[in-house]
Design a protein around this ligand. Structure first.
Ligand code: GUN
Length: 304
């Protein structure tokens, strides 16, 4: 039997710890504050930002949501970021991605004060991660490391394969695993014999955003599987391909769509442990954003 790595439960645990830390800070007259910047009306981004703001409220963290029109210019958005950099009530600045195509995303991310960069996307924090120096780490990879630690999954000395080389997940996750002494391989769309490389993995992390792409021929028996993908599918034939005969098909019929990760559910029978979708890695991202906001509040006051 394979073990389900319950991200929802671990996220709840982390959030209760963060709420306690926020309450402690409040007794010293400090309330950590997060600014969530949303540009345009991408529905998925709107849901993510709403959840982030709501979680702040649950944990006693101040939050401010800033909505800007889809046509805002890079210069105008830069001005807004600079205002937030100088706002003493704001410890963390989150710019929800993706930004509209006319915006120069790199310029915006580079403009965020590195001490308020709760996404860990500023080059200073990327450099700190690379050099294994203290700093704010990207939330999803940090959440995966926290999950592995709390579930007592040994990383040291293990063969870890990360599929996907994004700046948000693949690259930072590979570095975090390396710093915990895993032997790390990063795979991508040009990797030759991808299934063969993945079969070497004791720890296989799928983060390329392709529904059900990782099939049992990618997986070594007994490996640990971390699925970072969150893909919504609304095609019935495609849903049947992944969920035929399972209760998830009833779910699809009721709602007209269903979520699937980058891992085909058939892999679950082969592995020793896996993160489900939904309820695996997803909930940890928000929990780590809250942790980063509290950390940023302390950093800015020189308490680290
Ligand atoms: N869009 C998808 N993932 C993320 C994330 O981790 N942070 C931000 N800001 N935007 C995202």
């Amino acid at each position: 039997m394979s073990r389900i790595l319950d991200g929802t439960a671990v996220s709840r645990q982390i959030k209760s710890e963060i709420a306690a830390r926020a309450a402690n800070l409040k007794r010293r007259g400090i309330q950590p504050g997060l600014a969530a910047v949303l540009v345009g009306d991408n529905p998925a981004s709107a849901v993510y930002v709403k959840n982030k703001v709501q979680t702040c409220a649950e944990l006693g963290i101040y939050s401010r949501r800033l909505d800007f029109p889809v046509a805002i210019s890079t210069a105008e958005l830069l001005d807004q970021i600079r205002i937030l950099n100088h706002d003493d009530g704001i410890d963390g600045i989150l710019v929800q991605l993706p930004l509209p195509s006319q915006i120069e995303t790199r310029l915006i991310l580079d403009a965020v004060d590195p001490q308020k960069d709760v996404d860990g996307f500023h080059p200073e924090n990327v450099g700190r991660l690379c050099a294994n120096l203290p700093g704010l780490r990207p939330c999803t990879p940090a959440g995966i490391m926290e999950l592995l630690k709390r579930e007592r999954i040994e990383v040291r000395g293990k063969e870890a394969v990360v599929i996907g080389r994004s700046d948000i997940v693949g690259k930072p996750l590979a570095l975090l695993l390396l710093h915990e002494s895993a032997t790390v391989t990063i795979c991508h769309s040009k990797t030759v014999d991808l299934p063969g490389v993945c079969r070497r993995a004791d720890l296989l992390c799928a983060a390329m955003g392709r529904p059900g792409f990782v099939t049992p021929d990618f997986v070594k028996s007994g490996a640990v599987l971390v699925d970072v993908g969150i893909n919504r599918i609304s095609d019935e034939l495609q849903a049947e391909k992944f969920f035929a005969g399972s209760a998830r098909m009833d779910n699809f019929r009721a709602r007209g769509s269903v979520l699937i990760g980058d891992v085909h559910p058939q892999c679950y029978a082969v592995v020793s442990a896996y993160t489900p979708v939904p309820g695996g890695v997803g909930p940890l991202t928000i929990a780590m954003l809250m942790a980063n906001t509290v950390q940023a509040a302390m950093l800015r006051r020189g308490w680290f």
